[in-house]
Every structure is written in structure tokens, then in C-alpha cells.
Design a protein around this ligand. Structure first.
Ligand SMILES: *[C@@H]1O[C@H](CO)[C@@H](O)[C@H](O)[C@H]1NC(C)=O
Ligand SMILES: *[C@@H]1O[C@H](CO)[C@@H](O)[C@H](O)[C@H]1NC(C)=O
Ligand SMILES: *[C@@H]1O[C@H](CO)[C@@H](O)[C@H](O)[C@H]1NC(C)=O
Length: 553
């Protein structure tokens, strides 16, 4: 009897011990092992610095983590480090990048490159912007044509107005005529908002935009919140001068192509696509993308320490490689496995200037008539009906005015980037139907440089319509002495995170531009020049904003 009890007691002790052991393994050891194998934290941020810095931490490079293998067909690619060498960078930029030991190697390379190829004074970009095609100005603006009437619609928080820091560090150092307009003293983000009109988001040679781009990168971040509703994590940043911006952290390195078997809607958004889209839109002279710049953010100081969002704050952790990581809350991809990690505490991202608050300037959201089905098997109507455009042309607001031509512009813009994700677009409600369409949310471009997705051009092939100004600009950009890829590289060189695109993506832009021009040539051959090309360049005020609403000065 005693023996049995003793034996039972032993068995019990053994059981307890075993349970304790397995609990320990499950709770403590497994996550560590898992994060070694799995965590997105070790995703290399700048491909070029991958070998050195990770080697230093004794982290085998080939473990560049399952997350990369999951999403990239070619994780160990070296392309971008090559492209880095090709891209000439000013000394200025190299200095801006300095101060980070981790980047020392890269910095040396930048300085080296800078001495080799100095930026030419007469840049191609400034030659382009001097071309007559880039000189057309919008018609005189009435109160109906501007988003805000200064001094009536805009009101400030009096608390903000008293604040010394209100004007911010980044205000433009322009020589403004003394006592001219109070607007001169407004922060740049507000001046950007005030400048929005029926025809454009910002004007061509707007110094405020350059100053705003600088603000986006240099303004102190005073608070951070998560943007609700998105499938992927985005942060709303508020600056010292009360400006706000949308931050999309880097989730893909520049050389990771979207795998061919991926659906367009399942790839991550790319921060560099957002930045490149701003430059492309500007070079195409649409000016329908809000100012966006690249910024290196200190995750501890500029996100964790300034957020009032407990839910966000709680998701911060230190990875096994001693990097700061967080994952936030969103519908997909917000978990330890998909954490965003710094290096060790710095993370790249795109910072997009906010448009005016919806309470001040309502926007209308429209379904793109050529949106995809967002279904693995279903096809959209436009995919099966070759005469789909005829139907669209009879449906308001595409039956008159500028809207259809704007959709054609947007189609070309998206095809050049390879963006298949344009399901909706927006306009400012105040301007009714006769206004430009905003090109927001461009994070799904520049996913694949080795493939040209012709289906994106379907609206153009089906409708065979284009603005004359757009057509002429495309032809200009295809010329060897201008060359879209070179202009893009030059424009993006001004960004803090340059190079924004690797060379294969730049080459793809040139290739796709030619494909677009071919489609238009075929259209003209088939239907005749005058029925394809809408002449928006005539000095003809009667057409007013029935067409593009612009005329030559
Ligand atoms: C990357 O480049 C380095 C040096 O140029 C080379 O040693 C290495 O094998 C390359 N890796 C891959 C995956 O191509
Ligand atoms: C980021 O901020 C933290 C906290 O202020 C600081 O300790 C750290 O040195 C910063 N990192 C860099 C790279 O500046
Ligand atoms: C604007 O477009 C809508 C179609 O959504 C249409 O109902 C409306 O009549 C249009 N407005 C004008 C002024 O044409």
C-alpha cells in the first residue's frame, strides 16, 4: 500500500516536471527559435548594406528570413547595390546620410560617386520644364475654382497661432515683399492647401512644394497614430508646425520583385513606389499626387516615445538581432511575423503630405470603371466586353467634359508604374465633375520591372482617346535627349532616400512609354488623329472647363 502510494507520488512528480519543462519550451524557447527563423525583423532595409552590417551581428546572410522567401523570388539579389554605383549623388546628400556608422560604407561610396560625376548645372529636368509644353498655365481662377478662399474658410486654433514653433523650422527663406500677404507667414502645408484649385493640386514652379518636401523630412514629429481601416499598417504623423503626413514604412527592399504568381492585391505596398509616383506624376505634368518624400525615422524617438496609442506602443519589441521592431494593428500583416524592424532603430518610409481635412474640403470617391474584380477567378466586365468603353462614354460623368480624358491620363500613369490596384479615385467635391482626379495611393507600383502588364492599358486601347498635351509630352519624354528614365533618376536624386528606384525599374519606364505610344499610334491609324487626340492646347476660352479647361497664355 505504502509502495503504491510512493510510486504514484513519484509518477506525479515526474508528470509535473515534464509539464513544467514543456511549458518552458513553449513559452520561452519556441518564440525565440521561431523569430530566428521567421521574423520580418531581420529584413534588410537597404540591400546595399546587407552584407556588412548583418555580418557584423553574426547573422548569416542566407537566413535573410522566411518573410523574404515568402514574398520575393530572389532575396539575395545584388541588383540594387549595383544600381547604387550607377547613380550619381551630390556630396550634400552623402553628408545628409552620414552620422550613422552602419551606413559608413555606403556613405563612402556616395562621396566617391559624387566626386566622379558632379551634377551638371544645366540639368535635363530644368531643360524639360523650360519646354513650351510645360509652360501652359491654367485659366484665371475665380473663387469657384480655388479650394479655399483665404481669410474666410481657413481658421486657426488660436492656441496654435500663439505658439512660437508654429511657423516651424522649415519655413521657406523666400524674400517676400514686406507687408504683402499674411499667407507668407503660414506654414508650408497650409500654403499647399490654399494653392489647390480646380485644375491642379499644386502649380508647376511652386517653391512652397519644395519647402514642404523639406518639412516632411525635417520637421520634428510630435505625435503618431495608426491609420485605421487599412489592410496594411500606416501611421499618421503630426509635426511641430501642426502639419500632418501619412507614413508608410518600408516593407520591401528596392530589388525585391513581386513574384509572378502573386495577385496584385496581395503584395505589400512599397514606400519607394509612393515616392517615385510623386516624381513621375510631376514629370508627366499632371501634378495630381500630393507631395511625398522619403524619411529615415528613429523608431524609438520618433514613433514609440511620441505615440499616445497604447495599442501601437505595446507592439514594440527588440528582435533577437537587437533591432527595434513593431507591428501595430491592421487587417493583415500586423503580427510578430510581419513586424517592421529598424536597423537598429531607424526605419525608412514614405511621408506623404496630408490633403486638407475632409471637414474643410470634402472629397468624392468614384469607382474606377476599369477596376479589377479583386477575385481569383471572376473577371470584370471590361475584360470580357471589347466595347466596354462605349458604355462608359455614355455614363455620366464620363459622357462629357474632362473626366474620361483624366482616366486616360491615370491609365498611362499606372501602366508606366505597373500599378494594377487603381480601384477607386477621388476628386474634390467643391469642383463638381469638372476637375482633375487625384492620384492617391501609389504603393502598388514598381513591383515588377521584368514584366509589362498590358491589361493596365486596356482603358486606352478600348477608348482610343488622349489629350493632345499628354500625347505630345509622352512623345517628348520618349526622345533620347530628354528620356523619361534619366529625368526620373535626376528628380528622385533630390530625395533623402535616393536611389528610390533601381535601374531595371527606370529602364522599364522607357520601355513602357514606347508601348504606350505604340498603342496610341495604332489608335490614330485606326480611327484618325482628330477622333483620338483631343486638342486641349488651343487658345479657346469658350471651351472653358468643358474639356481640360486650360489654354495657353
Ligand atoms: C553579391 O555580390 C557580392 C560581391 O559583388 C558577391 O560576392 C556575392 O556572391 C553576390 N551575391 C549574390 C547573391 O549574387
Ligand atoms: C534614436 O533615439 C534614441 C532615443 O532617443 C537614441 O538613444 C538613439 O541613439 C537614436 N538612434 C540614432 C541612430 O540616432
Ligand atoms: C456629375 O456626375 C454625376 C454622375 O455621377 C451626374 O449625376 C451629375 O449630373 C454630374 N454633374 C454635372 C453638373 O454634370
Amino acid at each position: 500500500m505504502k509502495m503504491i502510494l510512493l510510486r504514484r507520488f513519484r509518477v506525479l512528480i515526474l508528470m509535473v516536471f515534464l509539464i513544467a519543462c514543456s511549458m518552458h519550451i513553449m513559452i520561452d524557447l519556441l518564440p525565440k527559435l521561431e523569430s530566428h527563423g521567421n521574423s520580418g525583423c531581420s529584413c534588410p532595409h537597404t540591400p546595399s548594406e546587407q552584407p556588412q552590417s548583418w555580418g557584423k551581428q553574426g547573422w548569416p546572410n542566407k537566413h535573410t528570413l522566411r518573410i523574404l522567401q515568402d514574398f520575393s523570388s530572389d532575396p539575395g539579389s545584388n541588383v540594387s547595390s549595383h544600381s547604387l554605383e550607377r547613380s550619381p549623388v551630390t556630396v550634400d546628400r552623402a553628408q545628409a546620410l552620414g552620422g550613422m556608422e552602419q551606413r559608413a560604407d555606403r556613405k563612402r561610396q556616395f562621396i566617391h560617386d559624387a566626386t566622379r560625376s558632379k551634377p551638371t548645372k544645366g540639368s535635363r529636368l530644368s531643360v524639360l520644364f523650360e519646354h513650351p509644353l510645360y509652360k501652359k498655365s491654367p485659366p484665371p481662377l475665380t473663387d469657384e475654382d480655388t479650394l479655399f478662399t483665404v481669410n474666410t474658410d481657413i481658421r486657426f486654433d488660436p492656441k496654435a497661432a500663439e505658439d512660437e514653433a508654429w511657423m516651424g523650422e522649415g519655413t521657406v527663406d523666400e524674400s517676400s515683399p514686406a507687408g504683402e500677404l499674411k499667407a507668407e507667414s503660414y506654414p508650408n502645408w497650409l500654403r499647399f492647401h490654399i494653392g489647390i484649385n480646380r485644375y491642379e493640386l499644386y502649380s508647376r514652379h511652386n517653391l512652397v512644394i519644395n519647402a514642404l518636401l523639406k518639412d516632411l523630412v525635417t520637421q520634428r514629429i510630435t505625435s503618431v497614430a495608426m491609420k485605421s481601416g487599412g489592410t496594411q499598417l500606416k501611421l499618421i504623423m503630426t509635426f511641430q508646425n501642426y502639419g500632418q503626413a501619412l507614413f508608410k514604412p518600408m516593407k520591401r527592399t528596392r530589388d525585391q520583385e513581386t513574384p509572378p504568381d502573386f495577385f496584385y492585391f496581395s503584395d505589400f505596398e512599397r514606400h519607394n513606389s509612393e515616392i517615385a509616383a510623386f516624381h513621375l506624376d510631376k514629370i508627366l505634368d499632371f501634378r495630381r499626387v500630393p507631395p511625398i518624400a522619403g524619411r529615415l525615422v528613429n523608431m524609438t524617438k520618433e514613433i514609440r516615445d511620441v505615440t499616445r496609442d497604447k495599442k501601437l506602443w505595446r507592439t514594440f519589441f527588440i528582435s533577437p538581432a537587437n533591432n527595434v521592431c513593431f507591428y501595430g494593428e491592421c487587417t493583415y500583416y500586423c503580427s510578430t511575423e510581419h513586424a517592421l524592424c529598424g536597423k537598429p532603430d531607424q526605419i525608412e518610409g514614405s511621408v506623404a503630405a496630408f490633403l486638407p481635412d475632409l471637414a474643410l474640403a470634402k472629397r468624392k470617391t468614384w469607382k474606377n470603371p476599369w477596376r479589377r474584380s479583386y477575385h481569383k477567378r471572376k473577371k470584370a466586365e471590361w475584360e470580357v466586353d471589347p466595347d466596354y468603353c462605349e458604355e462608359v462614354k455614355q455614363t455620366p460623368p464620363y459622357d462629357r467634359g474632362r473626366r474620361l480624358l483624366d482616366i486616360m491620363d491615370m491609365t498611362i500613369f499606372d501602366f508606366l508604374m505597373g500599378n494594377m490596384d487603381r480601384h477607386h479615385y477621388e476628386t474634390f467635391e467643391k469642383f463638381g465633375n469638372e476637375t482633375f482626379v487625384l492620384h492617391l495611393d501609389n504603393g502598388r507600383g514598381f513591383g515588377r520591372h521584368s514584366h509589362d502588364e498590358m491589361s493596365i492599358l486596356v482603358p486606352l486601347t478600348q477608348c482610343c482617346r488622349v489629350r493632345k498635351s499628354t500625347h505630345l509630352r509622352l512623345q517628348l519624354l520618349a526622345k533620347e535627349e530628354y528620356k523619361l528614365s534619366v529625368l526620373m533618376a535626376e528628380s528622385m536624386e533630390r530625395d533623402r532616400l535616393t536611389p528610390i528606384l533601381i535601374q531595371p525599374h527606370l529602364d522599364a519606364l522607357d520601355r513602357r512609354l514606347h508601348l504606350t505610344l505604340n498603342v496610341l499610334s495604332e489608335c490614330i491609324e485606326k480611327e484618325g488623329y482628330s477622333s483620338v487626340v483631343e486638342d486641349d492646347l488651343q487658345e479657346n476660352p469658350e471651351t472653358d472647363h468643358a474639356h481640360t479647361g486650360s489654354r495657353q497664355r
